[in-house]
Design a protein around this ligand. Structure first.
Ligand code: ATP
Ligand code: MG
Length: 277
């Protein structure tokens, strides 16, 4: 596998796409950001931490054909380097498998000490290979989700512009504060990605109301620096995912393609966190 120079390795950015609510656009955002970063000549690893495996299939990889998965890495049978695949778009992937459904049980076992840092420990040597490590974190507040958060320096929260969006962001914030206080983990929320909500292709609910409520919430919680990006609802997303490609490689100049390009550019300007492994 490609090896970076020791100097480059100081600048690896680790980002997790997180929301405990299902279907908010975590996987879609993770893959589309990854695709644009590859187009910017970056080496990008996507870690599929979700038993559903949407990031794996979304990159055109059949789960049944994988020799090893992130489950084998988490529970000691393989090294991360052994399971990483290069996908058609040039994004590297640590695939998921249904075995991950059992991960929660293993992590919660009394024999498993330090059960929130398992992923973080497994990522320790990756800096020599990748510019970016993006983790697609599963929904619901599980140990798998906490491992995804703890292993990342930066957090991006995708959320839909439905009526519950601002309620769930409040809950998520509480969880992040708990992590800060209870585990001593500094969690950097860097960006919210607000997806337009559609009840049909001609019926898109305007996002301005949710957006202004989110802005208010961020200011009230001393997080005014967190950027909010709006992503249009688009049928190209469905088509790209069906082809197993990120939007950067399927319809780069569509509305939604250009929006994800701006998001990836913003991410490329994220400062390197002081919290190093
Ligand atoms: N901008 C968009 N336009 C149209 N459809 C979209 C867009 N973003 C996401 N979707 C679709 O919305 C659905 C949910 O998105 P996605 O799977 O990325 O959410 P998720 O948060 O990863 O879900 P889960 O919590 O189950 O992991 C998918 O079918 C995806 O194709
Ligand atoms: Mg997902």
């Amino acid at each position: 596998m490609f090896v970076r120079t020791p100097d480059d390795a100081k600048s690896t950015k680790t980002i997790a796409f997180v929301h405990h609510k299902g279907g908010t656009g975590k996987t879609t955002a993770c893959l589309n950001v990854a695709g644009w970063l590859v187009k910017m000549n970056k080496k990008v690893l996507v870690i599929d931490l979700d038993p559903q495996g949407n990031a794996t299939t979304g990159l055109g990889v059949e789960r049944a054909t994988c020799d090893g998965t992130i489950y084998d890495v988490l529970f000691g049978q393989k090294n991360l380097e052994e399971i990483i695949l290069e996908t058609d778009s040039g994004i590297y992937l640590a695939p998921s498998s249904l075995d991950l459904l059992a991960a929660e049980k293993h992590m919660a076992s009394p024999r498993q000490i330090n059960n929130t840092v398992i992923l973080k420990e497994r990522l320790a040597n990756l800096e020599k290979y990748f510019d970016y490590v993006l983790t697609d974190v599963p929904p619901s507040s599980t140990l798998l989700m906490i491992n995804g958060i703890v292993a990342a320096e930066n957090i991006i929260i995708p959320l839909d512009a439905g009526i519950f969006a601002y309620e769930t962001i409040e809950t998520l914030k509480t969880l992040l504060i708990d992590l800060n206080e209870e585990l001593g983990v500094e969690v950097n929320v860097m960006m919210l990605i607000l997806r337009e909500f559609s009840t049909g292709i001609f019926d898109i609910i305007p996002t301005w109301e949710v957006r202004s409520l989110l802005k208010k919430l961020l200011i009230e919680n001393n997080m005014p620096q967190v950027k909010i990006f709006k992503v249009p609802f688009s049928r190209y997303i469905y088509r790209a995912q069906k082809k197993g490609l990120p939007i950067s490689h399927y319809a780069p100049f569509s509305d939604v393609g250009l929006t994800y390009r701006s998001i990836a550019k913003e991410i490329s300007h994220f400062p390197i966190s002081l919290r190093r492994r």
